[in-house]
Design a protein around this ligand. Structure first.
Ligand code: NAD
Length: 335
């Protein structure tokens, strides 16, 4: 099989080549690594390939899928869990095989969520810079003790549960909201409705998928329901949060702090070195100007273990397609 790997970074090549070299199921596939993000303008690059392998910010809407199909592509391999960027109906209409990596390492994202909370709360990022410059003053570095605080988990799926497990270890009171409550969550915390979670939590952490119903789940109305001074954490998908509303709440000091690993307009920024560029996104730049905002560039998943799992499962999905065997990771329905 000839596979065009879009949005390819050196680390993608490292882990995918490692599995391919081993010869997954005795097959040796031909992988071409393309820096370009998949879009209606770049779909032409897939001409002559049997499959494309894509990541979170590659576009898979109806026009892109139609182009891929026209160019002879028969399989779309997502090397991620979320598939909010995919037009599922269009893919089915075009009879494209689409499979994802549903759970490469929930703990990786959960641990990054905790890293964000701890960094933002105890200001270790600022302390690091201060100490290197010989500044040992503590003013501005005051945090709170996490033990005993209430943390609300919105979406108690794989990552939400992993986050809840860690927080329980910290001695936090954990609240969870999920329209489909997870079995076993009651051992970690209390299942409540969203309004109660927002009102009671010192930290609200988002772990639900991006759907039409969850787009801007956090907006001016829901921010007003949160505790004054609470921290909001989003490691799920950027569009769960209305960034303009969050900026307004930060400016009035109602929202105490914000940590994000994802951003609604991230596709033109994240996963690239833009350090020499003028960034045109004024909303993003405003976010960076707050001392109580911490942003990472969608790295929650980025551990050796998760990258290995992504590569393994991607080749497993490809093999299912080649063999025509049942594949549990085929995408249908909502993300
Ligand atoms: P999952 O499917 O195991 O869990 C998602 C949970 O959200 C489910 O239990 C579902 O019932 C719940 N949910 C659906 N609608 C909801 C709503 N309106 N309110 C509250 N909960 C709702 O998924 P997961 O593996 O835990 O991943 C969660 C999200 O994390 C993914 O959708 C993806 O967007 C994101 N993610 C981010 C990274 C990263 O690197 N930052 C990596 C992987 C996944």
């Amino acid at each position: 099989m000839k596979i065009a790997v879009f949005s390819a970074q050196p680390y993608d090549q490292l882990f995918l080549d490692e599995v391919n070299r081993r010869g997954y199921a005795s097959c040796d596939h031909e992988l071409s690594y393309l820096k370009a993000q998949l879009s209606v303008d770049t779909a032409v690059l897939a001409q002559g390939f049997d499959a494309v392998c894509v990541f979170v910010n590659d576009q898979l809407d109806a026009p892109v899928l139609a182009s891929l199909s026209r160019y002879g592509v028969r399989a779309v391999l997502l090397r991620c869990a979320g598939f909010n960027q995919l037009d599922v109906k269009a893919a089915a209409r075009l009879k494209l095989f689409v499979a994802r990596v549903p759970a490469y390492s929930p703990e990786a994202v959960a641990e990054h969520t905790i890293a964000l909370i701890m960094t933002l709360n105890r200001h270790t990022h600022r302390a690091y810079n201060r100490v290197r410059e010989g500044n040992f003053a503590l003013d501005g570095l005051l945090g709170f003790t996490l033990h005993g605080k209430t943390v609300g988990i919105v979406g108690t799926g794989r990552i939400g549960m992993a986050t809840a497990r860690i927080l329980k270890g910290f001695g936090c009171r954990v609240l969870g909201y999920d329209p489909v409550p997870a079995a076993g969550f009651e051992a970690l915390g209390e299942a409540v409705d969203l309004d109660v979670l927002l009102a009671d939590s010192d930290i609200v952490s988002l772990h639900c998928p991006l759907l039409d119903t969850t787009r801007h789940l956090i907006d001016a109305r829901t921010l007003a329901k949160m505790k004054r001074g609470a921290m909001l954490v989003n490691t799920s998908r950027g569009a769960l949060v209305d960034t303009a509303a969050v900026i307004a709440a930060l400016k009035t000091r109602y929202l105490g702090a914000l940590a994000i690993d994802v951003y609604e307009q991230e596709s033109s920024l994240f996963f690239q070195d833009r350090s020499g560029d003028i960034i045109d996104d004024d909303v993003f730049q405003r976010l960076l100007s707050f001392p109580n905002v911490l942003v990472t560039g969608h790295q929650g998943f980025f551990t050796v273990e998760a990258m290995r799992e992504i590569a393994e499962v991607t080749f497993h999905n490809l093999q299912c397609f080649v063999d025509g065997s049942p594949c549990a990771n085929v995408v249908h329905g909502e993300p």
